[in-house]
Design a binder for this molecule. Structure first.
Ligand code: BG6
Ligand code: MG
Length: 209
């Protein structure tokens, strides 16, 4: 492994909670009679809760007050957290646990860098709170991806220079954040096309020389 430090995004990289985000936003959009599909959902990957709502509301037939927006964002989070109750160790994406174990065995430092304010809940539910050298999440930052803040914080927590870090992402906004932070990037799914290292699965990380 060429990099001594790897920073993992959470939703859609370590765990399939990206689908739960989609389902919760879909429910909100349906209730509000706003068109919403998986293509629009892809634009929300890595983006904060409020910024995601703003994107969804672009297709609404009317304007929403700040108060209404805050209520909708809170309701989405309630729906999302309802689905998190069912989250189990098995929802960790294929190859994740093996890859993390293997990186650690090689002495590579591993961290989480996620925009989500639910990060600690999710990691606890998966029994993975202690699987990382550091965790940086949405509760600790002012600017979410594509701003590099959360990745720079993760790097600082593991004591690594950004140029020695590899970021692993499923979001184009996350790849942009990594690059803006001076990091190299590995991308899965739609993020593969803009990453330094396109991956088909997380296990391929181990082959980055
Ligand atoms: C990111 C997700 O990890 O976290 C986004 O990709 C989500 O879809 C963002 O909006 C914020 O998450 P939360 O849990 O704080 O609403
Ligand atoms: Mg993600």
């Amino acid at each position: 492994m060429k990099y001594q430090n790897v920073i993992f995004d959470l939703d859609g990289v370590l765990v399939s909670t990206d689908e739960y985000h989609y389902q919760a936003w879909k429910r909100i959009a349906d209730e509000e009679h706003i068109p919403f599909d998986r293509e629009t959902n892809n634009k929300l990957r890595g983006i904060s809760r409020m910024a995601s709502l703003e994107i969804i509301l672009q297709k609404a037939g009317r304007t929403y007050s700040q108060e209404e927006k805050e209520a909708l964002a809170a309701k989405k989070n309630t729906y999302y957290r309802e689905s998190l109750k069912n989250l189990q160790a098995e929802d960790t994406l294929p190859g994740v646990r093996e890859t993390l174990a293997s990186l650690r065995k090689q002495g590579v430092k591993i961290a989480v860098g996620s925009s989500s304010r639910n990060t600690m809940t999710i990691l606890a539910q998966l029994g993975m709170t202690d699987a990382f050298d550091a965790i940086a999440d949405g509760t600790e930052i002012t600017h979410s991806k594509p701003d590099p803040e959360v990745f720079l914080l993760a790097a600082e927590k593991i004591g690594a220079a950004p140029s020695d870090c590899l970021v692993v992402e499923d979001a184009k906004a996350g790849i942009e954040a990594g690059h803006r932070g001076g990091m190299k990037t590995a991308g899965i799914g739609e993020a593969a096309s803009v990453a330094d290292y396109p991956l088909h699965g997380i296990g391929e990380l181990l082959q980055i020389a």
